[in-house]
Design a protein around this ligand. Structure first.
Ligand code: HEM
Length: 385
């Protein structure tokens, strides 16, 4: 078998003769590049935001309003990530002749540009593959997904910025004038058909994904990993009570909610005590980091009412803790603004029924504008700080 590099030597430096399609042209690469640039930028910005919300540094505070904002940003993250897959495949196919140019390196600047292609292409493939696998709940790797996905995102976006710097003039020229002769030149019709096909594929992928966030699209969303209405009480469950091993403690007569920490009067409340307290209702979505979300009507005790019953100081923050023993997400923090939002509840009911055990019976946190992993289930303790 003749390897492409040997062909290059024989044909005297023009490997492009191996690639016969005229669509391997700069103008098509530029259009796909811009589409990829837009989708990667939105995906990166919404991904970093989601990371900051889940692991907030001291300078970052996520507001509790608008209540459905995280639903939009995380829905966008998943949709732009999915739609980038056909764009990336098309872009790599279009520029494939460039990867075999001879000589491979012309000077130092060109060497740097070529080396930056490795993190760009490797990082892009890793980001889209690991994101897709995570949403599909398929874990063919040993690493902790959020840390790896976050770290590689920075490498990929750094390489993308360098790539844009290297290709911006070429992109501008290719889009303004007649196609540059770097690769082949396609006819306007060829180009329209090809780019139209890629755009249609990306559009279909967006439609097939969006149903997990946009309720009315759920019927046509074949790629949506969850139908938002699927699950007990019409709401999906990511971790069941059996998987969390909470059943005996959550259903025991000895169950108590303890409110302590920086309070004047520590509280220890049974389920009957909690039901006898003034109840607050809120319509809030539950939004998973994997992109699905579903609105519901919740009823329970407002966190701020509990704080004032316990005599918390003004400006206090709280940590909510689950019965679950071994999960990374067994605790979650609320800033003062989040805890004092009127709709931040320790819910006893969903849609008029007591919570299903898989939704966090007897008590779960539900507060506006938070990822689902921070809406702690099977709550047993509130520590005021
Ligand atoms: C994830 C995003 C992207 C990936 C993975 C990617 C990948 C590549 C690769 C592998 C090449 C061939 C390397 C070479 O020319 O030496 C290339 C070329 C190119 N890229 Fe990108 N790219 C991306 C985004 C962009 C963006 C945002 C733009 C526009 C600003 C762009 C415009 C171009 C252009 C004009 C070429 C040269 C095509 C030619 O020489 O005819 N790319 N890209």
């Amino acid at each position: 078998m003749v390897r492409p590099v040997e062909v290059v030597n024989r044909v005297g430096g023009s490997v492009e003769r191996r690639f016969t399609s005229k669509l391997h042209e700069t103008r098509v690469a530029a259009v796909l590049g811009i589409a990829l640039g837009v989708s990667f930028t939105i995906c990166f910005a919404t991904g970093v935001l989601s990371h900051l919300i889940q692991h907030p540094p001291s300078w970052f505070e996520w507001p509790s309003r608008p209540a459905g904002l995280y639903r939009i940003t995380q829905g966008l993250h998943i949709i732009t990530g999915f739609t980038a897959i056909p764009l990336l495949l098309a872009k790599l196919w279009v520029v494939s002749p460039r990867l075999w140019t001879w000589p491979p390196v012309r000077n130092v600047a060109h060497a740097v540009e070529r080396v930056s292609i490795v993190p760009l292409v490797g990082g892009s493939i890793f980001m889209l593959f690991s994101g897709l696998a995570n949403v599909a709940r398929w874990y063919p790797y040993d690493f902790y997904f959020p840390s790896a996905h976050f770290a590689v995102a920075w490498i990929t976006i750094g390489a993308l910025v360098a790539h844009i710097g290297a290709k911006i003039a070429l992109t501008r020229d290719a889009l303004r004038r007649a196609p540059a002769p770097a690769l082949a030149t396609a006819t306007r019709m060829d180009r329209r058909r090809f780019l139209g096909g890629v755009a249609a594929t990306s559009g279909l992928v967006a439609l097939a994904t969006a149903g997990s966030t946009v309720g009315p699209l759920s019927g046509v969303s074949a790629l949506a990993q969850r139908r938002p209405e699927e699950g007990p009480q019409g709401l999906p469950v990511n971790k069941s009570a059996a998987a969390a091993r909470v059943q005996p403690a959550a259903t025991s007569d000895d169950y108590r909610l303890v409110v302590d920490g920086n309070v004047a009067t520590p509280l220890s409340l049974s389920l009957a005590d909690l039901r006898a307290l003034p109840q607050t209702e809120a319509n809030l979505p539950i939004t998973c980091v994997e992109g699905w979300s579903r609105g519901a009507s919740w009823r329970g005790v407002a966190v701020r009412d509990l704080m004032s019953m316990a005599g918390a100081r003004l400006g206090a923050e709280v940590t909510v803790e689950s019965i679950e023993r071994s999960s990374r997400y067994r605790r979650s923090n609320l800033t003062h603004a989040q805890a004092s939002d009127r709709d931040a509840l320790l819910a006893l009911e969903i849609n008029g029924q007591p919570l299903h055990l898989d939704h966090g019976f007897p008590l779960r946190l539900i507060a506006p504008n938070r990822p689902g992993v921070l809406q702690t289930k099977w709550v047993t303790k509130v520590t005021v700080r």
